[in-house]
Design a binder for this molecule. Structure first.
Ligand code: PLP
Length: 465
């Protein structure tokens, strides 16, 4: 019962074209290059419309990115206007107005002194830029051995080679190569999965001590950077213990290790502020990577905020001709930066305040799902949350992967009007920031029903009791 696609092409034909010619992200080899995923045709506010004409709440806001909501006329119009004014200029030898204006606006929101921006095309290229800048800086400063990068189990930083090498979810690496010798991984700061019988405070002490010992063992003179999402997003919305980030920041400062906050998800209102590092967690990173919500997903743009003092150090070095040989054709894209400026107007003009105002209701409504026996924990912060399912609440074991509980919940929820982001046994919710309290109630009610129906299925099939 699929409705036809645009231009009179039949729905079946679109599916066939996708299957024959389109390669989707993160495919499995059994269907790679031969897969058509559920078709989305339109969006409006917090809703998208699928190929059957059903209106669904966009639970994940696309990929944590449609912060201002779908079909925002102001964003669409500014994009068209900028494309007509100046659609492109080469950042190799010219500058445009929107990128200069946006840089100053972003510097105003970042921690003091983190006042420069290098623009990229998304999050992976932002992370890649931050890391290559660390490598370049240490080469220029005459310490080429200070290059190790510290990341965490459970983290996600992108799909380009070096950024992907930092990823800490086991399934990200099973079949992929990586620059593993450049990276060291620390324990995931997940309080829910802390060792049995340990308090959260003791767990935090352990995490910090692990980093301290690692620095001692490897040598501070060999470690260039520590990278962390303030709240791990794709790893399952992991909110670290109180003070964890501050204490990790201090260890970095004491050992001259650059602290990179990967705010690709947490920035631009997801946690109620333009950047969360200082405003939510009280830390001042040396670099902050961002993407996604910077344009509410309307244009592919990312970037890295860099502390000005890092440039001063380079300018004072003995190698004034050393080249940071790094740049993208679409760095400082005028259309992307114009959209980001308008998006900032929207955030500053009330959307940040709205996000802060509804986040408590959002968290409470989802937390209430913990009374369902399939749900082990609901956690989150701001407008990001995760419903984690478990086999039983004594062991808290994640359900066996082949039950695909997240996908099952998603399937039921789609029938009922909600798109969920299934992550194996977890459902991650991060709706457009425009969501109202009544829409949050709808979302939570559908999710509850979807989980109840999934429990019924699992019991009927004898795979869960
Ligand atoms: N960093 C984080 C924290 C992310 O969540 C993502 C994507 O989900 C990335 C980096 C990579 O961004 P992109 O997919 O835009 O390259």
């Amino acid at each position: 019962d699929e409705v036809p696609g645009p231009d009179g092409v039949s729905g079946d034909e679109i599916t066939r074209l996708a299957e024959r010619h389109l390669v989707q992200p993160w495919p499995v080899s059994g269907s790679i290059g031969a897969e058509a995923r559920g078709r989305i045709d339109a969006g409006e506010g917090i809703y998208v419309t699928d190929a059957a004409g059903r209106r669904l709440i966009d639970g994940p806001a696309g990929m944590w990115c449609v912060n201002a909501g779908h079909r925002n006329r102001e964003l669409a119009e500014v994009m068209a206007a900028q494309a007509m004014e100046l659609s492109y200029n080469s950042p190799w030898y010219t500058t445009n107005v929107p990128s200069a204006l946006l840089s100053a606006r972003l510097a105003g929101h970042a921690p003091e002194g983190v006042d420069h921006v290098f623009y990229t095309t998304g999050g992976s290229s932002a992370v890649e830029t931050a890391l290559r800048f660390m490598q370049f800086s240490n080469n220029v400063k005459g310490r080429p051995e200070k290059k190790l990068i510290v990341s965490r189990q459970g983290g996600y930083h992108g799909s380009t080679y070096l950024a992907a090498s930092l990823n800490g979810r086991p399934r990200d690496h099973d079949w992929m190569d990586s620059a593993g010798d450049l990276v060291v991984k620390l324990t995931c700061p997940d309080p829910f999965r802390r060792p049995e019988g340990t308090t959260v405070e003791a767990f935090c002490d352990f995490l910090v001590e692990e980093f301290r010992q690692m620095i001692e063992a490897r040598g501070a003179e060999r470690i260039g950077a520590f990278i962390a999402e303030p709240v791990m997003a794709s790893g399952g919305v992991i909110v670290p213990p109180d003070d964890y980030l501050k204490r990790m920041r201090k260890l970095c400062r004491d050992n001259d290790i650059l602290f990179i906050a990967d705010e690709v998800v947490t920035a631009f209102g997801r946690l109620g502020h333009v950047f969360a590092s200082q405003d939510v967690f009280g830390i001042d990173p040396d670099m902050i990577t961002f993407a996604k919500g910077v344009t509410s997903g309307y244009f592919p743009l990312g970037g890295v905020m860099i502390a000005g003092r890092l440039f001063e150090e380079l300018r004072r070095s003995n190698h004034s001709d050393a080249m940071f040989a790094h740049g993208l054709t679409y760095s400082s894209h005028p259309v992307g930066c114009a959209v980001a400026l308008k998006n900032l107007d929207i955030l500053e003009g009330g959307l940040l305040e709205h996000a802060r105002a509804v986040s408590d209701h959002f968290q409470k409504s989802l937390k209430a799902l913990e009374d369902l026996p399939l749900v082990g924990e609901v956690r989150g912060l701001g407008l990001m949350a995760c419903v984690e399912c478990v086999a039983d609440r004594v062991s808290n074991n994640p359900l066996a992967l082949d039950i695909e509980v997240g996908k099952r919940i998603d399937r039921h929820c789609q029938e009922l009007g909600l798109l969920v982001r299934p992550l194996i046994h977890m459902c991650v919710m991060s709706p457009p920031l425009t969501i109202t309290a009544a829409q949050i109630d709808d979302m939570a009610a559908i999710l509850r029903k979807g989980i109840e129906l999934t429990m019924d299925d699992l019991v009927r099939e004898g795979v869960w009791k």
